[in-house]
Design a protein around this ligand. Structure first.
Ligand SMILES: Cc1cc2nc3c(=O)[nH]c(=O)nc-3n(C[C@H](O)[C@H](O)[C@H](O)COP(=O)(O)O)c2cc1C
Length: 194
């Protein structure tokens, strides 16, 4: 089993980092983490080369995402302006290569089915709706299912740092146990055939 973590926080020892440390503690198998801030992934610039041939011409750390050799993908991020952080959305913009292949090349370039996990930390107004919607969009491109049990929110980090949020930590432990049992949870296909 391999798990890919997409980390959208700029804080190396912040709330997201605390939740991810807890997840890693319980995870079996190989774990790879890519930082949206420090991982060297460029945003999509709409060059449209992916309209002509499969894949993305920008050769950078996004390789590790396109490799599609993981059975679970974790999106972990602080909530900024009710959404995901900018660099994480930049990373997500690179999924345009999947869309373009299907739309313009009639190429069924669909990643393999995998389990999605969403971890959000927020310390203010507690309205993560836009972050959840954008994460769901990213999961859809990655052909990852997301069910509510695999969605962990720590929404009051201003008064309760995530490392002390026992509810969130217990939910993370449960996610780690399920991933380690290698269960692919899927309610319905999120990425139906073209
Ligand atoms: C630029 C910025 C925007 C933020 N916007 C929100 C927000 O819209 N809603 C919210 O609840 N918290 C917001 N926060 C607070 C962070 O989500 C919170 O501090 C979080 O726990 C930080 O996680 P991290 O330590 O993993 O980076 C914002 C923080 C920053 C720096």
């Amino acid at each position: 089993m391999k798990t890919l973590i997409l980390n959208g926080s700029p804080r190396r020892s912040g709330d997201t980092a605390a939740l991810l440390a807890r997840l890693r503690r319980g995870l079996r198998g190989e774990v790879t983490e890519i930082s949206a801030y420090y991982g060297g992934i460029a945003p999509c610039v709409d060059c449209r080369e992916c309209w002509k041939r499969r894949g993305c011409v920008t050769d950078d750390a996004m390789r590790g995402v396109y490799a599609d050799d993981y059975s679970a993908v974790v999106i972990a991020s602080p909530v900024y302006m009710s959404g995901l952080t900018g660099p994480l959305i930049n990373l997500g913009s690179r999924f345009q290569a999947y869309y373009a292949a299907r739309r313009f090349l009639r190429d069924p370039f669909v990643p393999r089915e995998k389990t999605g996990v969403l971890i959000l930390a927020a310390g203010g107004d507690g309205s993560p709706g836009a972050a959840i919607d954008t994460a769901k969009c990213m999961f859809r491109y990655m052909n990852a299912s997301l069910d509510s049990a695999n969605t962990v929110l720590s929404l009051r980090t201003d008064t309760l740092p995530a490392e002390r949020d026992e509810n969130a930590l217990a939910a993370i432990d449960a996610v780690a146990a399920r991933l380690s049992a290698n269960a692919l949870t899927r309610d319905k296909p999120l990425f139906p055939p073209a």
